[in-house]
Design a protein around this ligand. Structure first.
Ligand code: BDR
Ligand code: CA
Length: 334
């Protein structure tokens, strides 16, 4: 499987990057490129963050570029109170040059074939909506898309009814779902909130990361996010939405999605970003989504175990494990 990750790191996006970096090292999945969208912080800062995280995970050469700087219609709102001033909690990525050829990276990946290509969006859907407008022929070729967003018959985390990614750029989400090239897999708050990281789990993860350079930064990155959840009355722990989303794509989390039609309210001040689901054909529209609305707790425990395994891989890479290097090269040659 080849993956494009379009993200806005962001603390939980960081966990998605760590997992995909380990999968790339192990040769089980190929990370084609990483692009960023404005959401938790602006797209350029997200790109600096993503580049730093990948470097700390031993993958400094993944093609990476910042995408569209503003939502399609609303002014950009970022969320320093949730993810910190620069998006990585108490940690700060170094300054660096940021590329902006994000759509060229997507086109190149699509031109290499779309049967095994998965686009994962863990931020607002601005880039995907812009790609549809800019490159309709390439957009139409996308076969596998998974997004983190929405809340269906479930409370929002930004307004009483809206989830953050859909709220930041509701026009983008609306536009993409109105003309989806394939039913889009949707991981809403209903399930991603179950991907709970506790301090105990974090310390086990840091131990598993061993000598991997990301290990020493994960605590300052995550503690800020723990504190935010505590202030919100959710306890000293954190919801790692975007890791959940990536794990469903790699099939580490087995799900039973529901084929449905979804739509997003874009313009209302009151219900901006609210996601609606029609499973009873009220709208008489072609289904545009596979929505995951339920997941057993045992599956979540298993998913954390797999994340832990991924961290072991990064530890082995950092310690120069020759057997793992050889395995990676053999898989790459397949
Ligand atoms: C989503 O909002 C962002 O703050 C997180 O990174 C996640 O993608 C959850 O609503
Ligand atoms: Ca995100």
């Amino acid at each position: 499987m080849r993956i494009i990750l379009d993200c806005d790191p962001g603390v939980d996006d960081t966990y998605a990057l760590i997992y995909l970096a380990a999968a790339a090292h192990a040769g089980t999945h190929e990370l084609e490129c990483v692009t960023t969208t404005s959401g938790n912080v602006d797209a350029d800062q997200c790109a600096r963050n993503a580049a730093w995280i990948l470097t700390l995970c031993g993958l400094p050469i993944i093609p990476l570029a910042a995408g569209i700087p503003e939502p399609l219609e609303w002014d950009l709102t970022t969320t320093p109170e949730t993810h910190g001033d620069t998006g990585l909690g108490y940690a700060h990525a170094p300054e660096r040059h940021v590329e902006h050829d994000w759509d060229r990276l997507w086109i190149d990946a699509i031109d290499r074939g779309t049967e095994d290509l998965h686009l994962i969006v863990t931020g607002p859907m601005t880039n995907l909506a812009a790609f549809r407008r800019l490159h309709p022929e390439h957009y139409a070729k996308l076969r596998h898309i998974t997004v983190m967003g929405g809340a269906f018959h479930y409370p929002g985390n930004t307004t009483p009814t809206a989830e953050w990614n859909f709220w930041v750029d509701p026009h983008a989400a609306k536009e993409v779902f109105a003309d989806a090239p394939t039913p889009i897999t949707v991981c809403p708050l209903n399930v991603t909130e179950k991907m709970l990281l506790t301090p105990e789990r974090l310390y086990r993860i840091i131990e598993s990361l061993g000598a991997a350079p990301i290990a020493e930064h994960l605590d300052p990155i995550t503690c800020f996010y723990f504190e935010f959840h505590e202030e919100m009355g959710q306890g000293y722990q954190a919801q790692i939405h975007d890791l959940f989303t990536v794990l469903t794509v790699t099939r580490a989390i087995q799900t039973a999605p529901q084929l449905a039609t979804i739509d997003i309210e874009a313009d209302s001040d009151l219900t901006r970003g609210t996601s609606l689901i029609d499973t009873s054909h009220f709208w008489d529209r072609t289904p545009n989504a596979h929505v995951i609305t339920d997941i057993p707790d045992t599956t979540i425990d298993h998913a954390w175990q797999l994340f832990d395994d991924a961290c072991h891989i990064l530890s082995r890479i950092a310690s120069g494990d020759a057997a793992l290097e050889k395995l990676r090269h053999l898989r790459a040659e397949d």
